[in-house]
Design a protein around this ligand. Structure first.
Ligand SMILES: Cc1cc2nc3c(=O)[nH]c(=O)nc-3n(C[C@H](O)[C@H](O)[C@H](O)COP(=O)(O)OP(=O)(O)OC[C@H]3O[C@@H](n4cnc5c(N)ncnc54)[C@H](O)[C@@H]3O)c2cc1C
Length: 398
């Protein structure tokens, strides 16, 4: 008896239907130069566990590599126009884009890095202002600047949006353009002569394909292993805490503190989180249990020091999610496998994948349709650097 219950065939199979996989599906299906079929394999159509719906949905121009800045510039414009671009019949998606800014603070130790990133940002024409200590104190009188040397603040194209709504908008538009979403788990990849020929699903279904995209988020490293492809991407747990404060701050941007925490407003409350330092990284962790001691022992004291108005705060809710953490250089891996020429990869965004989805989706679609990058040159983010173990580091990791 045939062990496969059904078999089907698609030109392109995307494994992972989060915001990255759905953006790729959208850019493939909306391109008039592409007429092939696309299937997205997603094991959880509720999106309860993936990174996208658990993210903060923030977007910034303040990166240290030109590629990430250009990605954000493209993506921000896409977000601004999303209601029109992703409209299906009479339904215009609402992604709740709030235009605000990031305020990235630096101590004397971090001043060199702040300045060199700012130079790259200006070279890329990103509207980012350098603020000296006096200016920070004048502009943000609620901030303790005792140990702060300088800061950078975005003067446009930064803010936050609802990542789940954006994902669903990309998915609905892709569905309307003929993409098939299949709720199942990809369990194995079939290959012949260094080419992917198909994917086997947990249900027993066997799908033949002309090309595959690994967009499995925090599970991408594990999924690549099934094909003996080394990919240094694994789940790193990050907790988000929502709190209210007795004293409010009306003009709070998204503050990034040199001690490793961030805080931003969300309606009448605030969201904050903490990132372990690169020199003392946390272990891989696929659990979703909130580590409340991070709030009590680390975040609260750090925030009360930096923003004394946050001394009297009340925790209202919290959740955990996973960074698709690239342990090589904490940067996205976007490209094609050099030896398996129909295996594409889009993962490893390490905390900035939601904002990068439009540009990354477009880039992968261009590689698949035209065989080259057209809109933004993302060669430096390609998979080859994994094989040669050469880092292309993003220093502004939050
Ligand atoms: C707390 C937190 C805050 C964040 N804040 C931000 C932010 O402010 N800005 C920002 O840009 N980014 C942020 N991020 C990062 C961002 O969430 C991720 O980089 C982004 O969501 C990655 O998208 P994805 O589609 O690759 O992953 P996911 O959304 O995880 O999608 C991958 C999908 O693949 C599916 N899948 C996995 N394996 C298989 C398989 N074998 N078969 C079928 N399906 C499979 C999963 O079910 C999942 O739905 C944050 C992340 C966290 C955890």
């Amino acid at each position: 008896m045939n062990k496969f219950r059904h078999s089907m065939s698609y030109d392109i199979v995307i494994v992972g239907g989060g915001i990255i996989g759905s953006a790729i599906a959208y850019f493939l299906s909306s391109n008039p130069d592409y007429s092939g079929s696309v299937a997205v394999i997603e094991k959880d159509s509720t999106y309860s566990y993936g990174s996208t719906a658990r993210s903060l949905g923030s977007i910034r121009q303040q990166f240290s590599t030109p590629e990430n800045i250009q990605i954000s510039q493209y993506s921000f414009e896409f977000l601004v126009n999303a209601a029109t671009t992703l409209q299906v019949h009479d339904t215009r998606p609402e992604i709740n884009l709030i235009e605000s800014s990031y305020l990235i603070l630096a101590t004397e130790d971090g001043l060199g890095q702040l300045k060199s990133a700012h130079k790259v940002q200006l070279d890329c024409r990103a509207p980012v202002e350098f603020l000296d200590k006096d200016t920070i104190s004048r502009k943000f009188p609620w901030l303790n600047t005792d140990d702060i040397a300088a800061a950078c603040q975005g003067a446009g194209n930064e803010g936050w949006f609802d990542p789940y709504s954006m994902l669903i908008a990309l998915k609905n538009k892709s569905l309307s353009l003929g993409v098939r979403y299949i709720e199942d788990e990809a369990m194995a990849v079939q290959q012949q002569n260094k080419l992917v020929t198909g994917v086997r699903l947990a249900s027993g279904t066997n799908i033949a394909c002309g090309a595959i995209v690994n967009a499995a988020g925090a599970a991408a490293g594990g999924f690549a292993k099934l094909s003996q492809i080394p990919l240094p991407v694994s789940p790193r747990k990050r907790c988000v805490f929502s709190f209210t404060s007795a004293e409010s701050i009306d003009d709070l941007p998204l503050v990034v503190d040199p001690a490793g925490f961030y805080v931003r407003p969300e309606g009448d409350s605030y969201l904050c989180g903490w990132t372990p330092s690169e020199s003392d990284p946390d272990p891989d962790d696929f659990s979703l249990e909130v580590d409340y001691e991070i709030f009590d022992d680390i975040l609260w004291p750090l925030m009360a020091h930096r923003i004394p108005r946050f001394e009297a705060i009340r925790l209202s809710r919290a959740w955990a999610g996973h960074y698709d953490y690239n342990s090589l250089d904490q940067n996205g891996i976007v490209g094609k496998h050099p030896d398996i020429s129909n295996y594409f990869i889009a993962t490893g965004f390490s905390g900035h994948g939601v904002q990068q989805a439009p540009a990354v989706g477009r880039a992968i679609s261009e590689l698949m349709i035209y065989g080259r990058l057209v809109t933004i040159d993302l060669t430096n983010l390609g998979y080859e650097r994994v094989l040669s173990n050469s880092r292309y580091s993003e220093h502004n990791i939050i």
